[in-house]
Every structure is written in C-alpha cells, then in structure tokens.
Design a protein around this ligand. Structure first.
Ligand SMILES: Cc1ncc(COP(=O)(O)O)c(C=O)c1O
Length: 383
C-alpha cells in the first residue's frame, strides 16, 4: 500500500461517535447533517424513476435535463452559467476529489485555508500533492482570514488554492471584496481556485439568498472550479449527489474523470435532485429559516455560559466554541459523550489549529433538543 494511504489519520469525529455507540440516551450533534429526512416530493421522484425502470447508466456528465436545471439554478443565484459548465457528481466530496484529480498531482503545491472539514486536506494528500495550510485567526471568538498571510502563501508555485466558505467548522464566510482580491492574486500567480461552496445557501445574513460566491466575481474562463452538493440545502446527505461548475474548457476532462471514478451518478438519484431543484424556491428558504431558528436557539445559550468563547456564525450549521480549561478536544468530547450524554465533534478533527475547540451541529428538527444539550453541558461543567 502507498505510505500516504497507510498514514491517513482516522476520523476523530468517528472516534467520539464510537464512544457513544449503541447508547440511545446520547444527544448526537457530532455529524454535519440535519436529523430531518429528505422531503417527500424528492423521495417520490426517486421512487417514480425506479418504478419507471430507470436503472441504467446516464451520460458521464449527468442527465441533460438535470444539467440544464442546475445551470438555471446557479444562474438564478449568480452570474449566468450555461449547462456547458456543469458536471453532475456522486456527492460533494466526489466533486471535490474530481476537481483535485484534474488539477493537482504528485509533488504539486495545494494551499488550503484551515481549519476545515478534514476531507479537503486528505484528498490532495492522497494524490501525492504537498498541502500547505493557511490558518484563519481567532479575533474575539470569531475566526477570520488574514489576507496578507494568504496572499504570501499563494505563489507561482501554487497549483491550487482550496477554500471552503461558508466554512465547516468555523462558520467563517468570505466577503465579495475578499473574493475579488483572491481572484486577482490567483490570476497573477496562475493558481486554480477550488471553491467548496456546499453551504452557500446556509447563510443567515438578512436579505441574502446565499453567501458571496466566486461565481459572482469570476469570468467563465477563469481558473475556477466550484463544488456543490444536494446534501445540505436539500436534506439529501445519504443520496450522494453533487455538481461542479467548471470553465467550459475543463468539461470534457471532467467527463473522462467521472467515467473512471463512478461513470455517472445513479439516474433515479439524479431524478430526485431534479425534483429538488423544481421545489427549491419554496423549500430552501423554509429550511434555512428553520436552521436560523436552531442557530438562534443554541448560540445565545452557549455564549451565556461562563468560560465559553463563541461567535455567531453567519453561515454553515455549526456552533464552533471553546471552553476555558478544556484544551484537549478529543478527550473532552469523549468524556462529554460517556459522562454527559452529549455528542460533539472535537476541534482537533479539523486540524491542529482548532485544537481546544468543539463543533456542535445545530441542524435539528427539534430545537428543544439543543436546549437539552446545553443543560447537559451546564451540569457537566457544574454551572
Ligand atoms: C465543507 C464541506 N464540503 C463538502 C461536503 C460534502 O458533502 P457531500 O459529500 O455530502 O455532498 C461537506 C460535508 O459535510 C462539507 O462539510
């Protein structure tokens, strides 16, 4: 086996979850998904497709009607995008891996803004690329980008800059002006930007339909690949459906890579995605309203606890916080599971930069469970 694979770290979130395995009394907020199932109109579309016998391969890039619908959906949020820039993928994580396979190989430099969902640093490492981490900095409990540090790190040697905003786990979001600065710099260095925007709709700024996107500022031919997913804003984590927006010149290469990875996304799942897009105008804003209620239920309660450092996230579905005196996040998260019945993700899972922090996924159809979780935390801390 290749050494790099042998040395891949196991998931620290799983390690915590395993400590609570089989315990019905644990409140699980460790994984990045809602406990609300996929809406019935989406499930029905998949069932119809299966009943119609749609059990065959599709085009590598996806059903033409789904690609058209995705182009329409993306264009309704950003600058116009044609279907000649859309590749349907088997999940967001698959989209990101395809992007990395296309752009970075052994020995290439990939700069990643961290802390971040660990898959984003593992993927280039698996391909043999050298990962250079640029950390966000904490200011008054909020994680922020120091632009000078990032621009210093991205040079003509940098093949890819990987940015996830809204960010998992911190909730940090790029501004339009920051995106413009990064884009101008990467045009100069010849660096590809891979933007993980899977949380773009999970954004709570009043009046905004989505977070600022690189698609708002870039030209179609810029070296930009944007990865998307049906998981978060359509409650479809288990379906494994996503998409990429790429420059037209990259599309046929993406088709080839998809052939060699998965060949295509399953057709009945693509039909489900198509129906999700059809209902997006009503469904997504309602979901985001529910998530905002969850955020607004949890965050003030956490912030009120003595010794807790936390900032209100503008995007994403996580509270990212630290508690004074508890600096070993993995052992603390394990104790919280076994002794308090509270399941959180340890900050260390997202990189050494986030050691001492904890991530709480607040996407719950019963916000009262969040309050119950805070009560357990309070009791554990003796507050
Ligand atoms: C930042 C980020 N990107 C991408 C994904 C991929 O989502 P999926 O593979 O379910 O589409 C996730 C899932 O948690 C994520 O947090």
């Amino acid at each position: 086996m290749r050494q790099v694979i042998d040395q891949l770290p196991g998931s620290k979130i799983r390690e915590v979850a395993n400590a609570g395995l089989g315990r019905a009394d644990v409140l699980p907020f460790w994984f990045g998904e809602s406990d609300e199932p996929t809406p019935a109109f989406v499930r029905d579309a998949a069932i119809r497709s299966l009943n119609d016998g749609e059990t065959f391969y599709s085009h590598n890039l996806g059903l033409p009607e789904l690609r058209e619908a995705l182009a329409g959906y993306v264009s309704s949020l950003h600058r116009p995008v044609g279907a000649d820039r859309i590749a349907v993928t088997s999940s967001g994580v698959n989209a990101l891996m395809l992007a990395m396979q296309a752009l970075a190989g052994a020995g290439d430099e990939v700069v990643v803004v961290v802390p971040v969902w660990p898959n984003l640093t593992a993927q280039p490492a698996i391909l043999g690329a050298n990962v250079k981490r640029v950390s966000l900095k904490v200011k008054e409990g909020a994680w922020q980008l120091d632009m000078a540090t990032l621009l210093d790190a991205v040079t003509a040697q940098t093949k890819v800059l990987l940015v996830n905003a809204p960010n998992n786990p911190t909730g940090w979001t790029l501004t339009r002006a920051e995106q413009e600065t990064i884009l101008a710099h990467c045009r100069h260095t010849g660096t590809w930007i891979v933007a993980d925007e899977v949380y773009e709709r999970v954004y709570f700024k009043p009046g905004a339909r989505c977070a600022p996107s690189f698609l708002d500022v870039a030209e179609p031919d810029d070296r930009l690949v944007v990865a998307h997913s049906f998981s978060k804003s359509f409650l479809m984590t288990g379906w494994r459906l996503g998409w990429l927006v790429v420059p037209p010149s990259l599309l046929s290469a993406m088709g080839k890579l998809i052939e060699f990875n998965t060949s295509c996304a399953p057709v009945f799942i693509q039909r489900a995605g198509l129906s999700g897009l059809g209902g997006a105008a009503d469904f997504v804003p309602a979901l985001i309203g529910r998530l905002q209620h969850c955020r607004d239920t949890l965050l003030p309660q956490l912030a009120a606890l003595r010794g807790v450092q936390v900032a209100m996230p503008e995007g994403g579905m996580y509270a990212f916080f630290r508690i004074e005196g508890h600096d070993d996040s993995l052992s603390f998260a394990k104790r919280l599971v076994t002794e308090a019945g509270l399941g959180l993700a340890p900050g260390a899972a997202f990189g050494d930069e986030a050691e001492g922090w904890l991530r709480w996924c607040f996407a719950s159809r019963e916000p009262a469970r969040l309050t119950q979780g805070v009560e357990r935390l309070k009791a554990f801390l003796g507050l």
